[in-house]
Design a protein around this ligand. Structure first.
Ligand SMILES: [Zn+2]
Length: 379
């Protein structure tokens, strides 16, 4: 079936195009054409009414949504519910994210994602395993009883997902460069986080394949004059990606603007680090036995520790415009093209171009989501 999306401002190439029609054929983008193109004649036509058509957002860090926490019930049904909750905010690709838990739960979470991929649950692209190989001193809300070092014996378990992508967040000081090399060789995208790794430790990890940094600045040792540490390494290295939480609370926008001056914008990606509160009316949720309260859009435990976010991707994009001073095209790239490249999916996701998967989001002039498509199917 062919669909013609007409009368939109379409993000393609280096900017926004008007007066063009986007043709979808099945699950793929077919072409961007003149409205008089003969292929439009038999197509189902959708009038975009002058609104913005952007590549669908890709969120590599999603703990929950719609009242569901992935850790509580790592199942295909949970993944489906989380994906549906975030889709309302423009997310058309995501990694359900398991925070530090026991090895049995990690195994079940990988099996759940495998099943979800097999069942073609909309939007699921793989799994993000965040911990438990984290530094106790930077654990944030991760339960300290699960934290442990990582040795070679666990590489097989962690690389068990046979389709989709696996991102693993670890603290480099909780393992060795050799294990990072083995994880990378097994296809895992290793990201550093919840860490006090030194500059040298982090640089050694990068040399062995470390690909990114999880929520840059948060749960990391500080940048110090005589100790650049993990943040210094993240900003100094030009090739690794940095996930950033742009909610106005986790990181001062000035710090993020400084980070953007250190390396290419294409090495930053907006993440939500979302908790069950996104897409749910409930003001509280339970995280591994602790009650988390959402006040003014901020999730905290009873000690005041930040516990993920109530941020959605549309909000992250709006904040990237309002707080970081980016234009909508660059903000949208940080939510689509750049995370797609981080995941090694940049050849088929994250852009509006012929042959790409038809994952799209339609936003109004205030950047609120009006409609989404996943694999050519509208919501
Ligand atoms: Zn975290």
């Amino acid at each position: 079936m062919r669909t013609a999306l007409v009368n939109g401002r379409i993000m393609a190439g280096s900017g926004l195009l008007s007066g063009q029609t986007l043709l979808l054929s099945g699950a793929r983008i077919e072409a961007l054409v003149d409205p008089k193109d003969e292929r439009c004649a038999g197509a189902v036509t959708v009038d975009l009414e002058g609104q913005l058509l952007l590549p669908g957002f890709i969120d590599v860090q999603v703990n929950g949504g719609g009242g569901v926490l992935f850790n509580d019930d790592p199942s295909p049904d949970s993944i489906r519910a989380i994906g549906a909750a975030h889709r309302r905010f423009g997310t058309t690709g995501f990694l359900p994210t398991l925070i530090s838990d026991d090895l049995d739960t990690i195994g079940r979470a990988i099996a759940a994602v495998q099943s979800a991929l097999g069942a073609e649950v909309p939007g699921v692209l793989g799994i993000h395993i965040e911990g438990p190989f984290l530094n106790w001193a930077r654990r944030g809300v991760h339960d300290s009883k699960h934290l442990r070092p990582l040795d070679t014996s666990l590489v097989a378990l962690l690389s068990g997902l046979k389709a989709g992508r696996t991102v693993l967040t670890l603290a480099p000081e909780m393992t060795t460069p050799e294990v990072i090399a083995q994880l990378t060789a097994a296809g895992i995208l290793v990201s550093a986080g919840h860490s006090e790794a030194s500059f040298a430790e982090t640089t050694a990890a990068i040399a062995q394949g470390l690909r990114g940094f999880t929520h840059l600045f948060n749960a990391m040792a500080r940048l110090e004059p005589r100790d650049p540490g993990i943040v210094g390494a993240a900003l100094y290295d030009q090739d690794t990606w940095c996930g950033i939480i742009v909610d106005g609370h986790h990181v001062d926008p000035v710090m993020l603007k400084l980070a953007l001056r250190c390396k290419r914008h294409s090495r930053f990606m907006l993440v939500t680090d979302a908790m069950p509160a996104v897409g749910s009316p409930e003001p509280t949720f339970v995280l591994q036995g602790r009650t988390i309260r959402v006040v003014d859009g901020i999730c905290r435990d009873e000690n005041g520790t930040l516990a993920g976010t109530a941020l959605d991707m549309a909000g992250a994009v709006r904040n990237a415009v309002s707080l970081l001073g980016l234009d909508i095209v660059e903000a949208a790239r940080m939510a689509s093209e750049y995370p797609a490249e981080f995941l090694g999916l940049g050849h088929e996701l994250g852009r509006i171009a012929p042959g790409y998967r038809a994952n799209l989001v339609l936003m109004d002039h205030e950047f609120n989501v009006q409609k989404t498509w996943i694999e050519g199917l509208a919501d």
